[in-house]
Design a protein around this ligand. Structure first.
Ligand code: KDG
Length: 334
């Protein structure tokens, strides 16, 4: 039984206790609260992954009370990462795109058409390069645990059957807050605008923007088909998630708790990736059943987008980002 949250305490003291009615001689288990927030909703594989994390962690330790918040209830990706730094929440799972605003090198994952498939992404993310980048978050107050999957992003819009970059001319497209994404969509010919995910559905509904880009699972579970007519399978970018907690929470954990957190995060990662891949495979049909036209591109049509995207590589592949880009490309060529 959770008897209460001691509001106003420092994160270390933010505990809940169990066993309120136990005899005085039985010491109640003190639990530290781990509040984890995401922008997506409870139906999305990302939330199912968090539930798995909670379940697995509870099997291993009884000293952490995981509380889950979907639908941007704790803020957007950027605000939640700031929350980790400030100690107002303990965990989140952002796309890597907004992480580039905290640690520049993460922008290596923002180059369109970098990863050809999920297996290549897993190889880089779960390998040395991915680990180095996770480790670089610690200096910013965030402990990067493991990569989960958002997936290959696709364009949706209200009114145009987009098959080639020219079809996107002037289309107002929401992107995540990331300069490379904005540049890519300008290169495609669109008129991109950055916006927090939590504001997106309403913006599409009110026609503040014409379109957006996200993986199939998000398009489906967020019911974008209610306000969008077309999905073009551009697959222009593989979007990873980073499952992270605050460095402070990590540092205040015992070695046993740290091991349990890592193990649970990995089991949850495998579960989330599997659910997400199944969703991305099967849900195109459901989009069509809900009235959307789903446009599959021929390799030549896809190449036209890739060629446009290639033109922005030079501008953004600078300094540390260029070094990482080079390493990723070499790793993929192996
Ligand atoms: O829970 C993750 C979301 O907050 C966000 O990262 C989803 O891909 C996303 C987007 O488009 O903002």
């Amino acid at each position: 039984l959770v008897v209460g949250l001691f509001a106003g305490c420092t994160p270390k003291q933010q505990t809940t206790t169990e066993g309120g009615n136990t005899p005085a001689e039985t010491k109640p288990v003190e639990k530290r609260v781990m509040r984890i927030g995401i922008g997506l909703n409870e139906d999305h594989p990302q939330f199912k992954g968090l539930e798995k994390f909670k379940e697995e962690l509870n099997k291993k330790v009884d000293t952490i009370d995981v509380q889950l918040f979907a639908n941007s209830a704790l803020g957007d990706d950027r605000a939640m990462m700031e929350g980790l730094q400030l100690g107002t929440q303990e965990g989140t799972c952002p796309s890597t795109a907004p992480i580039g605003n905290f640690v520049e090198e993460f922008k290596v994952f923002d180059f369109p058409y970098l990863f050809p498939d999920e297996a290549s992404a897993d190889k880089v993310l779960d390998g040395e390069i991915g680990q180095e980048l996770l480790d670089s978050l610690s200096a910013k107050g965030m402990k990067g645990l493991v990569y989960w999957e958002n997936g290959f992003r696709n364009l949706t819009n209200r009114q145009v059957e987009v098959r080639k970059p020219e079809d996107m001319k002037g289309l107002k497209v929401r992107t995540m807050e990331n300069p490379i994404h904005l540049a890519a969509f300008r290169a495609f010919g669109a008129n991109p605008t950055p916006m927090a995910f939590g504001e997106l559905f309403t913006a599409l509904q009110q026609k503040t923007v014409d379109g957006q880009e996200n993986p199939i699972a998000t398009i489906y579970y967020n019911k974008f088909y209610e306000v969008q007519g077309y999905t073009t399978l551009t697959k222009h970018l593989y979007s990873p998630f980073v499952f992270m907690i605050s460095q402070k929470f990590w540092d205040e954990s015992t070695p046993e708790e740290q091991e349990a957190i890592m193990e649970a995060a990995k089991i949850a990662r495998d579960h989330e990736r599997q659910l997400n891949r199944e969703a991305n495979e099967t849900l195109s049909k459901e989009l069509e059943a809900n009235g959307m036209k789903v446009i599959e591109l021929t390799p030549e049509e896809q190449q036209a987008f890739q060629t446009k995207a290639q033109a922005i590589y030079g501008e953004f592949a600078q300094g540390k980002i260029a070094e990482y880009l080079d390493r990723v490309q070499k790793e993929l060529a192996k």
